[in-house]
Design a protein around this ligand. Structure first.
Ligand code: NAP
Length: 313
């Protein structure tokens, strides 16, 4: 397949590009900077210069490919409503181009397991929590994409947990952001809330499988660890960094993390039973706690503060 990948220079996008290329597919990657373009060329991908708001460019690139993996997202928490509007407009543009091109082309978009109601087991057949003021901002991107499933486009929604390894740490980066400014690793309250997780390489494989064989209208949970207690994560991090581990209040988290503090209290156990069955997918990489225990994240620290700090700028 020739696949148009948005967000091809991002943490997960990069892994998806490598996964596709190493399985005989061709990649046309969206790049908004020379650095991103070079990175893509070095990997062996073709480059489409442009941004998420260049809708005509997105449409043209999509129509010239057999499928699209949409991973770009403007991670600006100061204007999350605006970022989500950009996301939906891009999805609508790409979807309409694939619809016009015909041929049941694949369209794989990125979402999050944390959009499902807090504190309940998130399964693939549950929708995003429309009653929640925060989840209902990004959630409609799923509906925007799924609308094309009825119009001859093979749509898959990829709901991601905290993705770690190969340059990223998902929500775990928030704990490191606190450590950087306070010198302690913190969890919220009793630390009983759970974050689901998966390794970048396992996630990338699932994107490829969804592009290749995903049934239209599918929602996939790319979840390896169903839910890891935040206190357990904090304890491993604190031990590896040799700093104290503390419980903090929501107010303290707000002071340090700004708008991202809300993520610290997310309780999002998530199942991937249906995804495993539908895609024949299983995680083979180390679990989140094993990955942290290995200390591999220590080498990544300087590159970590991407979205975890950007929201405070
Ligand atoms: N990582 C996780 O744990 C996680 C969890 C849940 C959901 N997700 C979702 O999964 C997707 C991929 O996440 P990620 O962690 O790989 O994100 P990331 O590392 O922040 O990468 C974001 C990508 O989007 C591109 N981008 C941002 N603004 C753009 C714009 N205006 N025009 C064109 N490209 C733009 C970036 O390009 P530059 O390289 O030029 O900046 C980069 O390639 C996102 O939708 C994210 O919200 C991720």
């Amino acid at each position: 397949m020739r696949v148009f990948v948005t967000g091809a220079s991002g943490t997960i996008g990069k892994a998806v590009v490598k996964e596709l290329l190493s399985h005989g597919h061709q990649v046309l990657g969206l790049a908004r900077s020379d650095a991103a373009a070079k990175q893509l060329k070095d990997l062996g991908a073709e480059v489409q210069h442009g941004t998420l708001t260049d809708l005509d460019i997105l449409k043209k690139a999509a129509s010239e490919c057999d499928g699209v993996a949409h991973l770009a997202f403007v991670h600006n928490m100061q204007d999350y409503i605006g970022s989500c509007a950009v996301d939906r407009a891009a999805i609508a543009a790409i979807g309409s181009a694939l619809e016009s091109a015909g041929g049941n082309r694949a369209f794989v978009i990125s979402s999050g397991t944390s959009l499902v109601a807090n504190g309940q087991l998130a399964t693939e057949d549950r929708g995003f929590d429309e009653s929640d003021p925060f989840r209902s901002i990004r959630g409609p991107a799923e509906s925007t994409a799924l609308a094309f499933a009825e119009k001859g486009v093979r749509v898959s929604i990829m709901r991601l947990p905290s993705v770690y390894g190969e340059g990223g740490l998902g929500f775990v980066a928030l704990m490191l952001a606190v450590a950087k400014s306070k010198g302690t690793i913190a969890y919220l309250g009793a630390g009983e809330n759970r974050w689901p997780a998966a390794h970048t390489l396992d996630v990338a494989r699932a994107y490829r499988l969804a592009l290749e064989i995903g049934r239209t209208g599918s929602v996939f949970h790319l979840v390896a660890d169903e839910g890891v207690r935040t206190k357990d994560i904090a304890e491993v991090l604190a031990r590896k960094l040799d700093v104290p581990v503390v419980s903090i209040s929501q107010e303290e988290a707000l002071g340090t993390l700004g708008l991202m503090a809300a993520a610290m209290e997310i309780d999002n156990p998530s199942s991937s039973a249906k995804t495993r069955e539908d895609l024949g997918w299983a995680a083979v990489q180390p679990s989140l706690l094993d990955f942290l225990e290995s200390g591999a994240f220590l080498e990544q620290q300087e590159t970590l503060p991407s979205w975890s700090q950007r929201q405070n700028e």
